[in-house]
Write a protein that binds this ligand. Structure first.
Ligand SMILES: *Cc1c(COP(=O)(O)O)cnc(C)c1O
Length: 413
């Protein structure tokens, strides 16, 4: 039925992302006793490694066998009581879904609706906190990287606003599509609950949720009356203390995580952030300068370094671009979700990838756009990205050495 057999499928949805071969191989293991005396070596190493990625020394890390959505639930139910007031801004499908969950769990959510294409509104957040003289707001929910629109928010700014208003609310941040790809600093930004997942920057399959929990949030558990069982941090704390889990851990995922943390350590977190920015800038050059199309993100300050949502011209259904890209060119692009369905397609540029992989995605998206009648100049996206990447370096301050290497190679060859 038209299934493509030859060559690779080009996976450019913003999660799950490409899993490096090293990680795939690390996951092919025989099962073992998760109550053995050697098991804690694995688990304690993982918790330690995750702390570095979250940039926390004072917080505690939790690993749950679930997708990121379970991490949202763990964050809310462990620290809040039904009826508690929560402040959250909504500007895309993921910020919407977390708010929807908070409402379904019985919290009183004060929603700030923001145009899709922008992020957390700092001024309005400050106003809401200022107006809350009795400190009824217990939590501020913020989506660091809204994957539906390709918008990154200023989390340090949210902390500044909390401090400026001297508001004691805890700060909860969704970092599922930013952690390990875009700079995030749990301790420095005073984040109380950071939620992440395995299938994006961590380059793993979906199946693990990661939680960074501050001491303040851990203390809040004592008075938090929301019902919780599977996601109860108290059970996890008890078992983790000796290096075990309260239930059977997903072993291949844990071994995969160990390898993914090795890879992150080898490349270096800061270098990874630079690479993501550099790759994203090339993609944006293709979209804005090459194709002369618009991003869903309204201004450069919102641009996401992990995903770009491309707005297709009026009268064109973006879903057709995605369908042709997939069936004809074996390229998976991200769909427009909810409000922007049919209006955008998304290019995920996070995780294990480089310039030439992205060139494939840009070329495929361009062909699919031409096929549905979008008048982009053939080759214009790839050309603009090429110009950007050839004149910039993935890691700053290494330009000289790279040129030296190049000249050395030329004189040697
Ligand atoms: C992927 C994602 C999630 C989690 O989704 P799951 O499918 O449950 O892993 C949450 N928030 C954001 C911003 C995401 O990109």
């Amino acid at each position: 039925m038209g299934t493509r057999v030859a060559g690779r499928n080009f996976l450019f949805v913003p999660g799950p992302t490409n899993v490096p071969d090293r990680v795939l191989r690390a996951m092919v293991i025989a099962m073992e006793d998760h109550r053995s005396s050697s098991f804690p070596e694995l688990s304690t190493g993982l918790l330690k490694g995750l702390k570095k990625v979250f940039k926390t020394t004072t917080g505690q890390i939790f690993i749950f066998p679930s997708s990121g959505t379970g991490g949202w639930e763990a964050a809310l139910t462990n620290t809040l009581s039904p009826g508690d007031k929560v402040l959250a801004s909504r500007f895309g499908q993921f910020s919407h879904l977390w708010i929807d969950m908070a409402q379904r769990l019985g919290y009183d959510v004060e929603i700030q609706d923001v145009e899709w294409g922008e992020g957390v509104p700092l001024e309005r957040t400050e106003q809401a906190l200022k107006a809350d003289k009795e400190h009824k707001i217990k939590a501020v929910l913020a989506c660091h990287n809204e994957t539906a629109t390709g918008v990154t928010s200023d989390i340090a700014g949210v902390r500044r606003v909390l401090d400026a208003t001297k508001h004691p609310a805890m700060l909860y941040v969704d970092t599922v599509s930013s952690m390990g790809s875009i700079d995030f600093r749990m301790d420095e930004w005073g984040v109380d609950l950071a939620v992440s997942g395995s299938q994006k920057g961590f380059m793993l399959p979906a199946g693990l949720a990661f939680l960074g929990v501050s001491q303040k949030a851990l203390a809040a558990m004592a008075s938090a009356k929301s019902k919780r069982c599977y996601f109860d941090l108290a059970d996890m704390i008890k078992a983790n203390a000796s290096g075990y889990f309260p239930y059977t851990p997903a072993l291949p995922m844990l071994y995969g995580l160990r390898e993914s943390l090795n890879i992150i350590e080898e490349e270096g977190l800061e270098n990874i952030f630079h690479r993501h920015h550099y790759l994203a800038e090339g993609v944006r050059a293709a979209i804005l300068e090459g194709w002369k199309l618009k991003l869903c993100a309204k201004a450069p300050k919102w641009y996401s370094d992990t995903v770009s949502a491309v707005v297709v011209p009026e009268g064109i259904d973006a879903a057709r671009v995605i369908d042709i890209a997939y069936r004809r060119y074996n390229l998976a692009l991200g769909a427009g979700l909810s409000k922007v369905a049919g209006k955008v397609f998304r290019i995920g540029h996070l995780g294990d990838l480089n310039e030439l992989m992205l060139m494939g995605a840009l070329a495929g998206a361009e062909m699919a756009m031409l096929d549905v009648g979008i008048k982009v100049a053939p080759g214009s996206g790839v050309g603009a990205a090429s110009n950007y990447w050839r004149s910039h370096d993935p890691i700053p301050n290494q330009k000289a050495s790279k040129q030296e290497q190049f000249q050395h190679a030329r004189s040697a060859g």
